[in-house]
Design a protein around this ligand. Structure first.
Ligand code: AHM
Ligand code: MG
Length: 339
């Protein structure tokens, strides 16, 4: 049987760009290796003592689960040993982590990541994921700085996610389409299973935590009504699907066709999700899959971040669906428009 592994694919792509030094390829491979370790622990999550809280509170004030800590450590260790990444920004760490050992100090890249997203779903055996954003560092001398991370998403060199689901997949883009690799656990290899992923023509899913309905902007409430109205010509009513793990919701929506919304609310105008390591990687992937990602008014990838853990509303999915939601935001919720 003929198949292509993640490593073969990365090397093949690198060969298409004679100017490429191979450093990004190595970095992506290291992420793949860390993902396998995390996958092993996620698969054993019901056994032994890997479940439960680690007893610490992360920067968002949430209790950390042991698996969050494990995943964070694995990705940091992999990036450290690789030497291509000189600093990491993680959801689990308040400050950036400077990698200043002899190999990493000269790394060209910085990585922002959410090592284990949707971790509240671990106990119930629901899919969870890892999200990552790779930027070229901006500063030229000395240790990496926070400003190396505060770049708009349009500067992303690569981004992707790992989904630990009914099978484990790594999906990434370097700006030339989106490719998905499924882990074959029997041989421990990621195999190219979803080449050139694109949103399908027919899209009829909407994903939103509707429990927040009364604190959503009016534009979002109107959009929910739009999704629920009956209109055979436009395939409505749509179906609601909401897992509560962004990686899983986004993955399903790319494959099955749907929009994911995490808007601001009256209590939290910027919503919940973090710009640098949740919204931006998903936005880059969505655009590369033929879709669109917006905060309701602006392209996610054009937002200039001011802080490492900054939040942003997100509307991401097929172009027409996102534009429809944006139109309603413009018409009914201009008070949510960023200054
Ligand atoms: P986390 O980073 O603490 O895991 O939170 C992020 C998760 C996303 O995966 C998901 O889309 C969202 O939180 C769900 O939030 P809610 O429970 O408010 O719907
Ligand atoms: Mg998260």
């Amino acid at each position: 049987m003929k198949f292509k592994t993640l490593t073969e694919f990365i090397i093949e792509k690198q060969a298409e760009y004679p100017q490429a030094s191979g450093e990004l390829s190595r970095l992506l491979s290291d992420i793949g290796i860390a993902a396998k370790f995390v996958n092993r622990e996620v698969n054993r999550a019901g056994l032994g003592d890997v479940m439960g809280y680690a007893g610490e509170v992360n920067v968002q004030g949430e209790e950390q689960k042991k698996l969050d800590v494990y995943a964070n450590d694995q990705f940091i260790a992999a990036l450290k040993s690789g030497g291509q990444c000189c600093a990491i920004g993680s959801e689990e760490n308040e400050e950036i982590i400077i990698l200043d050992n002899d190999v990493s100090r000269h790394g060209k890249y910085v990585v922002a990541m959410d090592p284990l997203d949707g971790s509240s779903n671990i106990e119930s055996n629901v899919s969870i994921g890892t999200l990552f954003s790779i930027y070229r560092r901006r500063t030229v001398r000395g240790n990496a700085q926070l400003e190396d991370f505060l770049q708009p998403g349009r500067n992303l060199v690569a981004a992707g996610y790992v989904i630990y689901g009914s099978s484990t997949m790594l999906v990434y883009t370097t700006g030339y389409g989106v490719n998905g690799f499924t882990l074959d656990p029997s041989v421990g290899l990621f195999i190219l299973s979803h080449p050139d992923m694109k949103y399908p023509e027919k899209c009829n899913i909407y994903s939103i935590n509707e429990a927040n309905y009364f604190s959503f902007p009016e534009g979002v409430r109107k959009y929910i009504h739009y999704c629920q109205e009956e209109d055979a010509a436009t395939n409505r009513p749509y179906s609601t699907r909401y897992i509560g793990s962004m990686v899983a919701d986004i993955h399903r929506n790319i494959i099955r066709g749907g929009i994911f919304l995490y808007p601001g609310t009256t209590k939290s105008k910027k919503g919940k999700l973090r710009l640098l390591y949740e919204c931006c990687p998903v936005a880059f992937l969505a655009e590369q899959a033929g879709g669109k990602a917006s905060d309701g008014f602006r392209r996610i990838l054009d937002i200039q971040p001011a802080m490492l853990h900054e939040r942003s509303p997100i509307f991401v999915g097929p172009v027409k669906m996102v534009e429809q939601a944006e139109n309603l935001m413009r018409l009914y919720s201009s008070e949510f428009k960023p200054d």
